[in-house]
Write a protein that binds this ligand. Structure first.
Ligand SMILES: [Ca+2]
Ligand SMILES: [Ca+2]
Ligand SMILES: [Ca+2]
Length: 304
């Protein structure tokens, strides 16, 4: 609609800025290491009040020509990037709205040649048993700026293809077999309960509390027995408990009473020296006799 001026018959000059409407966030999965996006992708029905037929121009900045922007995962543009969408009407009036772009790596960055999309050092760590043997087939989930799931290979190593500022690493492993669990483990626990021979490491104590009760008693022995007899294929506390390798227990003789960590968060890394290794404690295997099949095919999963 054009408003006519009563005296001159000329249209009134347009002094009213457009009403910018941004999409609430846009997600883009990299197809190449650098992708070009047009600002129009962010428009969600912006309009010009009282000048419906005006041609609106959209731009990333106050310069109306600034319509294209190159995003590159090589520059570390991964995750949330703030975006301003400027709207200019024919008379040059401007307004903008703010939104964001979520830049994600595809689920198979290596195959698309995006393996170089790293900013700094990729995250990697090792998961091993209490006696430093590698734990193969542990599932390692990372969440934060990106979400990935990878599986440790036969060296116990895991790698995330990029470094992240904010993340949480959570390992897990399910093993419903009796691998490493035997009557010998029951015997070791019984000796501990009787005070004949106390378990000599915090990891062994955690391994012995298979019902997760926070204490070691006959219930744990019976749970192992029940599993050995085939009555169950799991423990109430799970199959594995993971503890960051460089975590120092406050009381090595009684770790069950403290709130020890089982994940690694980026915010805590400055204290821990950027160590991303874990010790995996096989519940019920107190004498650390679990073996890992080295021939098992390595898995590498992303984005699960
Ligand atoms: Ca206007
Ligand atoms: Ca217990
Ligand atoms: Ca054992």
């Amino acid at each position: 609609m054009i408003i006519a001026d009563n005296l001159s018959g000329q249209p009134e000059p347009d002094t009213i800025p457009p009403t910018p409407l941004c999409k609430f966030g846009l997600s883009h999965t990299y197809q190449n290491s650098s992708d070009t996006l047009h600002i129009n992708s962010f428009n969600d029905g912006s309009f010009d009040p009282e000048h419906e037929n005006t041609n609106l121009r959209f731009s990333f900045s106050s310069n109306p020509e600034d319509t294209l922007r190159i995003f590159s995962c090589l520059n570390g543009e991964i995750g949330l990037v703030p975006v301003q969408m400027w709207v200019t009407d024919e008379a040059g009036n401007q307004a903008f709205c703010e939104t964001f772009l979520n830049l994600v790596l595809p689920s198979n960055p290596d195959s698309l040649g995006l393996g170089n999309c790293v900013t700094g050092t990729p995250l990697s760590g090792r998961i091993s048993t209490t006696s430093s043997n590698p734990i193969e087939g542990a599932i390692v989930n990372i969440s934060g700026d990106l979400n990935f799931t990878v599986v440790t290979g036969n060296s116990g190593q895991y790698n995330f293809p990029t470094s992240l500022k904010n993340f949480t690493i959570v390992p897990s492993k399910i093993d419903s077999t009796l691998n490493g669990i035997s009557t010998l483990d029951m015997l070791v626990i019984i000796k501990h309960i009787l005070g004949v021979e106390l378990l000599d490491s915090p990891y062994k104590i955690i391994a012995a509390d298979v019902d997760g009760s926070g204490t070691i008693n006959l219930t744990d022995v019976l749970a192992i027995r029940s599993r050995l007899l085939g009555a169950t294929n799991s423990f109430p506390a799970g199959d594995y408990i993971f503890v960051p390798t460089n975590y120092e227990f406050e009381n090595v003789g009684n770790p069950l009473q403290e709130d020890y960590p089982s994940i690694i968060k980026s915010i805590a890394l400055e204290e821990t020296g950027y160590m991303l290794d874990f010790i995996g404690i096989r519940l019920g295997d107190i004498n650390d006799s679990t073996t890992f099949d080295k021939s098992e095919e390595k898995l590498r999963l992303y984005d699960r």
